[in-house]
Design a protein around this ligand. Structure first.
Ligand code: ADP
Length: 578
């Protein structure tokens, strides 16, 4: 519609302009023609004899369709094709015409109704008369009217034709295009809702648009496939990155993060940083990390580093093995670097424990072995010299050290069997009668506690405990032996069984010297002793509590200590009911 209105307005405008220029041109042409005619007549006029002049004027007017008037030098009318009436009836025009003609010009004057021109006609002597031609503009108006009618008809037909053309072309061009755009928009909006399908043009008048439609359909399905593949791959990648236990960070050339996995954010970002995504230099201060990334960016090679890093608010550093590789598209320039932070703290700790353990075992073995070696050498010398006075005492020392070695090796084997069965199998647990087992252990150790004049009492708030009987016996023996050993003579030891909501508690309490709080956390480590010399003198291996801890862990339970110096010591073992 808009197109049709525009076309009509343009056509109308063009027609008006054409009409205007046509009119100007037409009048100019008429003026020129009249000037030429009057000029020619002015050159013939002087030959016309006096008596023939009126006829001559009438004849020339008839020929040319102009009004021809001839004015004598005196201003009197020589002849006028329209009779002897006053010449122009417009004195202003007459005056300006004659003035111009007198001064040798070839004037042309136009009024609303007519065009006038004048030319000098030489007479005898130097006198000049003037021939004046007048043409009515009625003929111009008639011609213009005809032109207008013709133009109007042409415009009407052109308008109708153009409207019809624009309707047809809009049906052929705009309608299918509109349909395609509409369908493409609907399809884009329904992306992922399962409503996607080919665009499909309606109507028969779609012509060559069908090709565009099928091309668009191909692009659409291609695009959909690529989007699906891309989003599937992105999901897979983010799942993969999320599942990786190592922290991963990729940066661009300006050291801004390109991506990082959830592990990295968890270890190295606080909430504010996670949103802001700061530069590498703000995340890490450690020069090893900065250097590894920067070298990978500048040199394009892989870099490795071992670096201690503080994570979040933790006070002790974590040890990371860092591998950084450059990022480049095909074989193009390096546009970034990706670093994998592998936490090796546990490995390092295990390595340290192993080193400590070997050192401790060697030390624990060497002490009694040195003593045995020393006493056997002395004993041999004494025997060679037939001196037997100290032999018994020496043999006692040797025997004590052998006992110590045997109990040390026994404890080590126990620990190792607990650790290996931790990985390989389960305990044989059953409901054990607490009273029966406890009284048996107490009776077994009676020689030791009665020798030190201790008092041992037991309370049974729980009749049964779900445990491995042999291992439970070992727990009670270790804890009771410690109490017997470390409390001064005449002490009191209380064994209490308690039934709790989902567990059974075993408390072994003494009124001995107690253990300062700073040692509590390390008490269950292998070979850890509060008072090293005293413990060894008392035959302790430093492994008793470590064995208790392992046994309790194997039961899915726990062991803890409540103690203060001078307030005695209480060990609490928790056995889960199931
Ligand atoms: P040990 O063979 O030296 O007794 P344990 O592992 O059984 O080794 O005990 C570790 C340390 O805990 C002991 O060396 C001792 O210093 C301290 N300890 C254990 N039980 C008691 C207790 N009942 N009273 C005071 N100290 C204790």
């Amino acid at each position: 519609m808009l197109q049709a209105i525009l076309t009509i307005v343009t056509l109308g405008g063009t027609a008006l302009c054409a009409r205007y220029f046509f009119k100007i041109q037409y009048v100019k042409q008429a003026e020129l023609q009249m000037q030429t005619v009057v000029s020619v007549l002015s050159r013939q006029a002087w030959q016309v004899p006096d008596g023939a002049r009126s006829r001559w004027c009438a004849a020339r007017a008839q020929e040319t369709h102009y009004r021809i008037a001839w004015i004598a030098p005196s201003g009197a009318m020589i002849c006028d094709s329209e009779g002897p009436a006053s010449f122009l009836r417009n004195s202003e025009v007459e005056e300006s015409l004659l003035n111009a003609a007198r001064s040798g010009d070839f004037p042309i004057v136009r009024t609303r109704d007519a065009i006038y021109t004048a030319a000098a006609v030489p007479l005898e002597g130097s006198e000049k008369s003037y021939l004046i031609g007048t043409a009515s503009l009625d003929s111009v108006r008639e011609t213009l009217h005809g032109f207008d009618v013709g133009l109007f008809v042409v415009l009407i037909f052109a308008g109708i034709g153009l409207c019809a053309f624009s309707v047809i072309s809009s049906r052929r061009l705009v309608v299918p295009l509109g349909q395609l755009i509409l369908k493409a928009r609907e399809s884009a909006n329904s992306e992922g809702t399962g409503m996607e399908g080919p665009l499909g043009l309606d109507g028969a008048d779609v012509g060559e648009w069908v090709e565009l439609e099928s091309a668009l359909n191909r692009i659409q399905s291609d695009l959909r496939q690529k989007t699906e593949t891309l989003s599937r791959e992105r999901e897979q990648l983010s799942t993969l990155m999320g599942a990786i236990s190592d922290a991963i960070l990729a940066i661009d050339g300006s050291e801004k993060p390109l991506f990082f996995n959830s592990r990295f954010a968890l270890l190295f970002f606080d909430q504010e940083q996670r949103e802001r995504q700061p530069h590498l230099g703000e995340i890490f201060r450690a020069p090893e990390v900065l250097q590894a990334f920067r070298k990978a960016l500048s040199e394009g090679g892989s870099q490795n580093a071992n670096v201690p890093l503080y994570i979040r608010s933790e006070t002790a550093p974590h040890y990371f093995s860092l591998s950084v590789a450059p990022l480049r598209r095909d074989l193009g320039p390096v546009y970034g670097a990706v670093g994998v932070f592998h936490d090796v703290t546990e490995l390092k700790r295990a390595e340290n424990i192993r080193i400590d353990f070997v050192a401790n075992v060697s030390h624990e073995l060497r002490t009694p072995l040195t003593s045995i070696k020393g006493y056997t050498d002395t004993l041999r010398e004494d025997v060679e010299k037939n001196r037997f006075d100290s032999a018994k005492a020496f043999l006692d020392v040797i025997s004590r050290n052998v006992d110590r070695l045997m109990s040390l090796i026994g404890d080590l084997l126990d620990l190792s069997s607990l650790e290996s069965s931790e990985a390989n199998g389960k305990l044989s647990r059953s409901l054990v009668d607490t009273e029966e087992l406890t009284s048996r252990v107490v009776a077994q150790l009676e020689g030791r506690w009665s020798q030190k004049k201790h008092q041992v009492e037991a309370h049974y708030g729980a009749a049964k405990v779900f445990a491995d009987s042999a291992r439970l016996e070992q727990v009670i023996v270790n804890l009771l032996e410690n109490a017997i050993k470390y409390i001064p003579d005449g002490g009191k030891i209380t064994i209490t069984w308690e039934a709790a909501k989902d567990s059974v508690l075993l408390r072994i309490r003494d009124n001995g010297p107690g253990i300062p709080a700073e040692y509590h956390s390390r008490l269950f480590e292998r070979f850890y002793r509060v008072d090293k010399g005293r413990s060894r003198d008392m035959g302790g291996t430093g492994l008793g509590l470590a064995i208790v801890k392992h046994i309790m862990q194997r039961h899915g339970g726990s062991v803890s200590v409540n103690s203060e110096p001078g307030q005695g010591t209480e060990f609490v073992c928790v056995f889960p009911s199931q």
